[in-house]
Design a protein around this ligand. Sequence first.
Ligand SMILES: Nc1ncnc2c1ncn2[C@@H]1O[C@H](COP(=O)(O)OP(=O)(O)OP(=O)(O)O)[C@@H](O)[C@H]1O
Ligand SMILES: [Mg+2]
Length: 461
Amino acid sequence: MNNPENFRIIVVDDEIRAVEGLVELLRLDGYVVAGYSEPLQVLGHLKKASADLLLTDLKMPEMDGLELLQQVKTLDPALNVVMITGQGTVNDAVAAMKAGADDYLIKPLNVDELGIVISRIFTTRELLRQNQMLREASRESVTQEDFVGRSPKMQQIFRALRDVAPTMATVLIEGETGTGKELVARALHRHGLRSEKPLVTINCAALHEGLLESELFGHVKGAFTGAVRNKPGKFALADGGTIFLDEIGDMALSVQAKLLRVLVSGEFQQVGGEQTHYVDVRVLAATNKNLLQAVAAGEFREDLYYRLNVIQFTLPPLRERFGDIALLVKYFCQQIAEREGRQAVFPERDAMHLLENSLWPGNVRELENVIERAVIYAKEQPISIDDLPESLQARAVLAATLKDDSKNGADNSFTGLTIKEAEKQMILAALERCPSKAQAARELGISVRKIEYRVKEWQKQ
Ligand SMILES: Nc1ncnc2c1ncn2[C@@H]1O[C@H](COP(=O)(O)OP(=O)(O)OP(=O)(O)O)[C@@H](O)[C@H]1O
Ligand SMILES: [Mg+2]
């Protein structure tokens, strides 16, 4: 079932009573409705905001329904229009259909018939929307490989990738967790001069000092208990290719000294070994720490920092590129569908709104996980708000607060409040500001049900 809160209807009739009745009826069904008594108001509305369906009376003094139909179609060719005619004007209704109306209804309106016509248009529109997202997602995946992003910050990263990949430069990739650091490392290798040779990855945070040294440089038989045979390290394995040192900010100082030596001269010794080995390796490193701060704190060698930081990539967190969220969501929906060998499904409008307006502390990885789960819960239907984690709604409220504050430049009026209290203030303010609950819900990026639930909770207090 499609969620009616995702469907915006405009009603226009010169008889105000008729408008009021229709608006009330449709709102009860959960649709987002605006009602007007003059066609010009409809045009004004459409210049500012979009809509899905226009229900228009045919005979109106200022401008008749047919003329309005033509004008709204120039503003928004995709808008669906249903003409409402009096009895005995069926010929006009047919003319309206020829001029591009989707259907017509005869006064007095039959409520069941109205419901059927609206839900048919709604279903078709939602289907078209899903198809459009499918097309966009497949176009995106062909052009950008496994990297998605249209925001200026990501475009800058892509440009830098193209420039830096085919060089031997050492690269330091910084960014919060889940922002795509490993993806950058792999892309640098794939488009590099050594793409035929191995890319060897090591996570420096996963191993303690001694083991990390042995993993990186190898050890000789008998070097320590358990070293029963000679073992080459990752640097030797990466010879001629690329090594990716992930989480380098967590590397112990003693290992940092040995790493510096390889970077400077290509030389190293295995743990317990005497012999000096030489390698020719391109080095990529990543960290979610601020390495300069680590240098200041004495946890990271300054000389090593400058050796690594020949070229720096800083991946922006999702909160600095909200605009990429919809794109990523479509891309993940498409990827999952391909993997599972089924038809892709995408979020309904309000679910997408919530995803785009939430905070993402886990960045792209978290978004990807949320979509993966949602696709499973949605059972081959478009993803609805109910398929998304509850916590997103509270986060969206918080995100809206942060956005508002930065817009107003005001000091944080929510300072000292708990999230629950801030949420209450925001919901109440939205209810006051918006003509309908559905609109308030949309602006806040939460469901109407959630608002109703909260209001009931407060009433009980
Ligand atoms: N721009 C992007 N387009 C498509 N997928 C992305 C993008 N950025 C990240 N991802 C996906 O998000 C997930 C996390 O990315 P990745 O592992 O590269 O992040 P990371 O910065 O290395 O995270 P961590 O610091 O936690 O190791 C991966 O599945 C990756 O494919
Ligand atoms: Mg990583």
